[in-house]
Design a protein around this ligand. Structure first.
Ligand code: ADP
Ligand code: MG
Length: 244
């Protein structure tokens, strides 16, 4: 898989409103994300980062342009097929965690696998494995309310990994976290990168961007800058089975 493109967009455009109120939140973006790349997307509030991430993950439809996830063209897919593709191949991490309050950490993580049709036994086993990988094996039976912000976000990352996704899409994952908790998530992202997990992360945090292989800066819905970070380049494509 190394060297192949996992996400591809061509002429990707999303408008909101019309006439004088028209906003081009994403404006004719072309993007290729190779397998195993950790890509950070930065830029001022309102420049279109979240819209771009939602388009790439099939959570929103483009006004124009084409998107592929591996071999699947997703902009023309039916809602039903798109929902299935999201369940099977994409992991989402949101700023506000989006955990189920009534479910324990392990139940939150295994839910995605259950919805994707895995047997309860296998789903539980994998959820425990993933919680162990994010350093939370001893918190598996805690409710989110009994966890710190950093721990909640690590549960959310474990959940995002439960379907062994082609790509993890994270929208300001440290936006609600204090500095210590941000470091927890940062360490986790470094491990994901080492494990070869493709990750697209929208962030304001320069520390998160610093662990990326590539940083794209957006302005007014378009890419203003696209730089590959040389110091990280050697680790790209490392074969490492730890997360599987
Ligand atoms: N549902 C919506 N309806 C109308 N305008 C929207 C909607 N969502 C976002 N926008 C506008 O699109 C632009 C990009 O928003 P967004 O993608 O949320 O940016 P960012 O994540 O970089 O802050 C902004 O001008 C925002 O006001
Ligand atoms: Mg946003």
């Amino acid at each position: 898989m190394t060297g192949s493109t996992v996400l591809r967009a061509r002429g990707l455009t999303r408008q909101y409103g019309r006439d004088t109120g028209l906003v081009r939140a994403v404006d004719e973006v072309d993007l290729d994300v190779p397998t195993g790349q950790v890509l950070a997307i930065m830029g001022p509030s309102g420049c279109g980062k979240s819209t771009l991430l939602h388009l790439l993950g099939g959570l929103q439809r483009p006004t124009d342009g084409e998107i592929w996830l591996a071999d699947h063209r997703i902009d023309t897919m039916s809602e039903r097929a798109l929902a299935r593709l999201r369940r099977q191949h994409i992991g989402f991490v949101f700023q506000s965690f989006h955990l189920m309050d009534e479910l324990t950490a392990v139940e939150n993580v295994e839910l995605a696998a259950l919805l994707a049709g895995q047997s309860p036994g296998r789903a539980r086993k994998r959820a425990m494995h993933l919680l162990d990988r994010v350093g939370l094996a001893d918190r598996a039976r805690h409710l989110p309310s009994a966890l710190s912000g950093g721990q909640r976000q690590r549960v959310a990352v474990a959940r995002a990994l439960s379907n062994d996704p082609l790509v993890v899409l994270a929208d300001e994952p440290t936006g609600n976290l204090d500095s210590a908790a941000t470091l927890e998530v940062l360490r986790l992202f470094e491990e994901l990168r080492t494990a070869g997990q493709t990750l697209v992360v929208v962030t304001h945090d320069a520390r998160i961007a610093a662990v990326a292989d590539r940083v794209i800066t957006m302005r007014d819905g378009a890419f203003a800058d696209d730089s590959r970070l040389v110091n990280n380049a050697t680790a790209t494509g490392t074969v490492y089975g730890g997360w599987r």
